[in-house]
Design a binder for this molecule. Structure first.
Ligand code: TXA
Ligand code: MG
Length: 308
């Protein structure tokens, strides 16, 4: 039996599976099984009232998990699923408090990675409806973008029946864009590779810029943080780690962590670089933030949070 099918069975039996996705690796459990979902919180050391994203492969499952799906949400789903986008919608009865953190909304995503899609497809064939999966890191830490990082971060907290699936490096490298679809217009709850401009192009609607009453853990000021102190746009001292686009030259005696050619590469390599800083035991990392909107804005958002 293939490892993916074994992992799908393990999910149905209430075990955990670390799942490669195109954004970051997730730690998955059957989203209809409160005991299984509780294992996620234990492994992550995450407070229990933080809501989880439910993942599936068949976009039609949107109406199994959500009610009142506005037309623009369907437009977004058709345009960007499978892909790095999560939609927040009014929950159906299936979405328990243990998934939504007691809120009356639920976040849904169809990821793009072939291993994730295969796993979710197998899981659905076995009668599964959705897999709750936060990023596969300890609470507040940097999200893993390869299987090795998941093993390092969570290996000690997983059971023998749990799986860590291998899927190479995550292509996008930062978490999905989260869009609140509970009002007349879409609202951005977390920036990511699906940008405001893309959302407006597909829906014909301007983003609602008002502040949302919805809680998002990734929106806590301090999040995605390595042990090293991250400082932004300062002069690097000897021994500092250095993160910047390739066009920026490395300051004297600083340790170059990554030198991506463009913002896509920057997003893809960012979390690897932050982990690398810790692996090298660096005390301080200087990051030169990319300019511009879209993905550059999402990168600045993550660096800002890592720097608190
Ligand atoms: O790219 C991703 O989204 C990755 C991969 C694994 O899919 N997952 C991820 O999950 O980043 P997590 O749990 O680390 O972040 C999910 C975010 C949290 O900030 C959570 O608060 C928010 O989604 N969220 C989940 N359900 C929500 C809801 N009903 N309303 C508002 N925010 C919600
Ligand atoms: Mg996370």
């Amino acid at each position: 039996m293939s490892e993916i099918l074994e992992a799908a069975r393990a999910l149905r039996e209430g075990h955990l599976v670390a799942i490669p996705t195109e954004t970051v690796y997730g730690l998955g459990a059957d989203a209809t099984n409160p005991t299984a979902v509780a294992k996620i919180y234990a492994a992550k050391g995450r407070p229990a009232d933080h809501p989880l994203i439910v993942h599936f492969s068949n976009p039609d499952l949107i109406t199994t998990w959500a009610t009142e799906v506005p037309e623009y949400a369907w437009d977004l789903a058709r345009a960007f699923w499978p892909g790095p986008m999560s939609l927040v919608l009014r929950r159906s009865e299936l979405a328990g408090d243990f998934i939504t953190g007691g809120q009356d909304t639920v976040a849904l995503r169809v990821p793009k990675h072939p291993v994730a899609l295969e796993l979710l497809g197998q899981f659905e064939k076995l009668g599964g409806l959705g897999v709750a999966a936060p990023s596969a890191n300890r609470f507040g830490k940097v999200s893993p973008t390869n299987a090795e990082a998941v093993r390092a971060e969570l290996g000690a907290y997983l059971a023998a029946e749990d799986f860590i699936l291998e899927g190479g490096g995550s292509e996008v490298g930062i978490e999905s864009t989260i869009i609140d679809c509970t009002s007349e217009r879409p609202r951005l709850l977390r920036l990511g590779a699906i940008t405001a401009q893309m959302i407006t192009r597909v829906t014909g609607l301007e983003i609602d810029r008002g502040s949302s009453a919805i809680r998002v853990s990734g929106s806590l000021a301090s999040h995605y943080a390595p042990n090293a102190k991250v400082v932004l746009n300062q002069v690097a001292r000897p021994g500092d780690g250095f993160i910047a686009l390739a066009a920026e030259t490395t300051p004297d005696s600083a340790i170059r962590l990554i030198a991506p050619d463009d913002v896509e590469g920057y997003a893809q390599q960012l979390y690897f670089a932050l982990r690398q800083a810790d692996a090298l035991g660096l005390e301080r990392v200087v990051a030169i933030t990319p300019k511009g909107d879209g993905l550059a804005e999402a990168i600045r958002d993550r660096l800002q949070r890592a720097s608190f």
